[in-house]
Design a protein around this ligand. Structure first.
Ligand SMILES: CC(C)(COP(=O)(O)OP(=O)(O)OC[C@H]1O[C@@H](n2cnc3c(N)ncnc32)[C@H](O)[C@@H]1OP(=O)(O)O)[C@@H](O)C(=O)NCCC(=O)NCCS
Length: 182
C-alpha cells in the first residue's frame, strides 16, 4: 500500500506522465534542492542520450507545469540470506534484479497532493512492463539521499519500502531501500 493511495484516482485525470523533453518548462521546476533542480536542467538529457537513465515527467495537464520527475534505470542489489528468506527468495545467489529510481523530486508548489508517492506507484508500471517483455525484474530500489535531509528514508518507509541491510553496511551518504513488487 502506497502513501495516501486513496488519492491516486483523484490525481490521475489531472496529470500526464511523459518522457523528458526540453519543450517543457524545465527552468521553472523547483523542488528546493539545487542538486535535483540542476540535474533536470543540465544533466538529464545526457543521461538519456547515453542510455543511463530514462527520465519521466509528471505534467499538470491544466498549465503544463512539471509537478514531479523521476529517473529510471535497471540495476541489481544484494540481499543477505536473512533478507532473502524474509522475502521468500530461495535462490543460490545474493543479487536481485530491480528498477532503480535514481532521482525523484516534486516541485515545492505541489504539496497539496501526494505526488511523490504517486510517482513511486507509477514506477511499478515500468517494472510490470519489463516483466511482460520477458525480462525478469523483481523490486523497485532507491538510494534514499540522506545528505540534505537525514529523514528522507521516512518518505520511502511510508510507501512500503524496506532497508537493504547488506547494501547499507558500506554506505554513508544514502541508504539503499527496496519495494518488493511480488
Ligand atoms: C522526497 C520528495 C520527492 C517527496 O515528494 P512529495 O511529493 O513531497 O511526497 P508525498 O506528498 O507523496 O509524501 C509526503 C510525505 O512524505 C514526507 N516527506 C516528503 N519528503 C520527505 C523527505 N525528504 N524526508 C522525509 N519525509 C518526507 C512528508 O513529510 C509527507 O508526510 P506527512 O504527510 O506525514 O507530512 C520531495 O520531498 C522532494 O522532491 N525532495 C527533494 C528531492 C529529494 O530529496 N528527493 C529524494 C531523493 S532520494
Amino acid at each position: 500500500m502506497f502513501y495516501k493511495e486513496e488519492m491516486y484516482e483523484y490525481i490521475l485525470p489531472l496529470v500526464e506522465l511523459v518522457n523528458f523533453s526540453k519543450g517543457y518548462r524545465l527552468n521553472d521546476f523547483d523542488c528546493s534542492s539545487e542538486d535535483y533542480n540542476s540535474f533536470l536542467l543540465n544533466d538529464a538529457e545526457q543521461y538519456i542520450n547515453e542510455n543511463i537513465s530514462k527520465i519521466k515527467l509528471l505534467i499538470n495537464k491544466q498549465n503544463g507545469d512539471i509537478i514531479s520527475y523521476m529517473a529510471l534505470s535497471t540495476d541489481s542489489f544484494l540481499l543477505d540470506s536473512e533478507e532473502k528468506s524474509k522475502e521468500g527468495l530461495d535462490i543460490p545467489f545474493n543479487s536481485v534484479p530491480a528498477v532503480k529510481i535514481g532521482k525523484l523530486a516534486t516541485d515545492k508548489k505541489y504539496k497539496d497532493l501526494p505526488y511523490g508517492s504517486f510517482m513511486l506507484w507509477l514506477s511499478l508500471g515500468f517494472l510490470e512492463k519489463i516483466n511482460e517483455l520477458g525480462v525478469g525484474c523483481r523490486c523497485i530500489i532507491v538510494d534514499a539521499d540522506i545528505t540534505e535531509r537525514p529523514d528522507t528514508p521516512e518518505f520511502y518507509l511510508k510507501n512500503g519500502f524496506e532497508f537493504n541491510e547488506k547494501e547499507n553496511k558500506k554506505r554513508t551518504r544514502s541508504l539503499s531501500m527496496r519495494f518488493d513488487a511480488f
